[in-house]
Write a new protein. Structure first.
Length: 442
């Protein structure tokens, strides 16, 4: 039976199953804030012991929370806390924290490898200092912490390792714009792949990843003002982690997505997890879209259907009439804007009320604009007639894909192909407009 219940002021949307983590000791890296802290608080409500292994001991001007404030919240939630100053790149610090945890709580039952570093930059734009940071924390830190905790996990009756890392996906789109970050994050996932098999029957080793962007301090810095509206809270990851960590140790080697985990355990309404219910959500990295229709087509027609589906053009705007078509000699960007001009209407201008500027690089680079605010609207090459509300920077080939329906703006943004400056709400309006026009055509 599903019971909606309130714990420490936070409404849980999982079926009530009792305090499954009561008395368990969790060693959580990066637990002073964000997702790590949310998982810590979820377990603390069961009466778990939480080792907060993180670096922040003094308040940061941009990042809220320290290991001590997190410890206070854990204890207020009903758990026991052990704050430990830990840089997971430092073997001695990790070893000292592990030993202190064992001395304090008698052992370790669960390891959550949450600590991570991110830089969404290309190869030439990523200093080696940042490459070393990401590899040192994400890959080496996860491996090191696991190596030092595993001897104690082997003594637990139901030990778990849970990494906050994505399914291994070799689609080049997830490497192209941030190869170093992808390598580092996939290193965490490879730890799951290897250790799950190495310790099968002894320790459950799994990964969990969010389906949508999660509101954290890091996301606020990456996405800028307004991005929070497009996110879910860290509670969805905490609830999914709770389900995974409550499974027996033969539940192992899984690369799980938070929403899928919760659907399987009775959650049907995900709107309470949204920062702003009803607002469009940004998809997270590394998860390709796989529409049911595509899966059905592939089953019916074989693998070549996938190639056809991905390559065929699905125009996002209604095509212009033949009389207004661009000359054959026009470039692809001019052709795209000719179609856009043919689709502009007074209703679209009235409902959008925004001016967009596109700074394009690559083969067909240049500056273009779409004015859906003034008069009857206009579009073309050069600076917009008034200051743009939104400036989008991207490669010209990706721009063509975006306006032909092959590349969704949210996917372009989350994969680093699209950089947005200005009002994020108006940027989302453009995507909704493109989707509406595409549906109208179909």
């Amino acid at each position: 039976m599903v019971v909606w219940f309130l714990q420490c002021g936070v409404l849980s949307f999982l079926p009530y199953t009792g305090q499954k983590l009561a008395g368990c000791t969790l060693f959580i890296t990066g637990a002073s804030r964000g997702i790590g802290k949310a998982i810590a608080l979820k377990a603390a409500r069961d009466g778990a012991n939480i080792v907060i292994a993180a670096k922040t001991v003094a308040p940061h001007p941009k990042l809220p929370g320290t290991i001590y404030t997190a410890a206070q919240e854990v204890e207020a939630a009903g758990g026991k806390a052990l704050p430990c100053v830990v840089d997971i790149r430092d073997e001695q610090q990790v070893e000292k924290a592990v030993q202190k945890a064992v001395e304090t709580f008698g052992g370790i039952d669960i390891l959550v490898n949450n600590a991570s570093a991110i830089s969404l930059t290309g190869t030439l734009e990523t200093p080696m200092k940042k490459v070393d940071l990401m590899l040192g924390i994400n890959l080496r830190g996860t491996y090191l912490t696991s190596k030092l905790v595993i001897p104690h996990l082997l003594k637990s009756c139901n030990p778990h390792i849970l990494n906050l890392s994505p399914p291994l996906n070799l689609n080049p789109v997830w490497f192209k714009s941030h190869t170093a970050y992808t390598m580092a994050k996939y290193g965490m996932s490879m730890c799951v792949l290897g250790m799950a098999e190495e310790f099968r029957g002894q320790i459950a080793v799994n990964a969990v990843w969010p389906k949508t962007a999660i509101q954290t301090a890091a996301m606020d810095m990456l996405g800028g003002e307004g991005v929070a509206k497009q996110c879910r809270t860290a509670d969805i990851i905490a609830d999914a982690a709770y389900v995974i960590l409550s499974q027996p140790k033969d539940y192992t080697g899984q690369f799980l997505v938070d929403e899928d985990v919760l659907k399987e355990h009775g959650v049907q309404d995900f709107s309470p997890y949204a920062v702003e219910p009803g607002h469009p959500l940004l998809p997270d990295f590394f998860l390709d879209e796989a529409p049911e229709t595509l899966v059905q087509q592939m089953e019916q027609h074989g693998k070549y259907c996938n190639y056809y589906y991905m390559c065929r053009a699905t125009p996002a705007f209604k095509p212009a009439s033949l009389s207004s078509a661009a000359p054959a000699s026009a470039g692809p960007i001019e052709n795209t804007f000719e179609v856009i001009r043919g689709a502009i209407s007074e209703d679209i201008v009235k409902s959008t009320q925004s001016v967009y500027q596109f700074d394009l690089s690559g083969e067909h680079g240049g500056v273009w604009f779409l004015d859906l605010k003034n008069g009857s609207g206009s579009a073309g090459q050069g600076q917009p007639p008034v200051k743009a509300d939104v400036v989008m920077t991207m490669d010209s080939n990706d721009f063509s894909k975006m306006f032909s329906g092959k590349l969704k703006p949210t996917m372009a943004f989350m994969s680093g192909k699209l950089r947005i400056k200005g009002d994020m709400t108006l940027a989302i309006k453009l995507e909704k407009l493109m989707s509406r026009m595409n549906r109208a055509k179909l």
